[in-house]
Design a protein around this ligand. Structure first.
Ligand code: ZN
Length: 149
């Protein structure tokens, strides 16, 4: 177990597109575990690869309804709409409103390469979209329609 440094806004890594993961080995699982520890230590609900300087299509998430190690996520379908406050461990000090789908059906692999399909709602759906955006170099501030002051 090791904590990783969280990359902050201004670092180019956060603006790059991540690569698909093809090798599911101990190194990948160690990375996912390190990301999990780092997320919990920072009191976050999600953490994506680029946020620790790794340009891989991976994220970890725990919105209080279970921990997920997500590799190569693909949003299959979304429905509904929710507008709520978001923040990001890579953008400290900024929070604001972002519109997201209410429901997201996600196909992904875990750290062992096993495929899963799961439907997420509410905060989990929001988090899946936020973390998924990180893998394409998109930050929530790009989509924020009102900053909270
Ligand atoms: Zn973020």
């Amino acid at each position: 177990m090791a904590y990783r440094n969280i990359v902050k806004k201004g670092d180019d890594t956060l603006r790059k597109k991540c690569r698909v993961v093809e090798v599911f080995d101990d190194k990948l699982r160690d990375l996912l575990n390190d990301m999990t520890d780092t997320m919990y230590k920072a009191n976050g609900v999600g953490l994506a690869g680029p946020q620790i300087g790794m340009l891989k299509r991976i994220f970890v998430m725990d919105c209080g309804e279970g921990l997920y190690h997500v590799v190569n996520p693909e949003i299959i379908v979304t429905s509904g709409e929710q507008r709520d406050v978001e923040g990001c461990l890579s953008v400290p000090g900024t929070t604001g409103y972002v519109v997201r789908p209410q429901v997201v059906k996600l196909k992904y692999q875990d750290g062992y390469g096993v495929s899963h399909t799961k439907t997420f709602r509410g905060l989990e759906a929001r988090c899946v979209c936020h973390e998924g955006d990180h893998l394409d170099g998109v930050l929530f501030i790009d989509k924020m329609d009102e900053e909270l002051r």
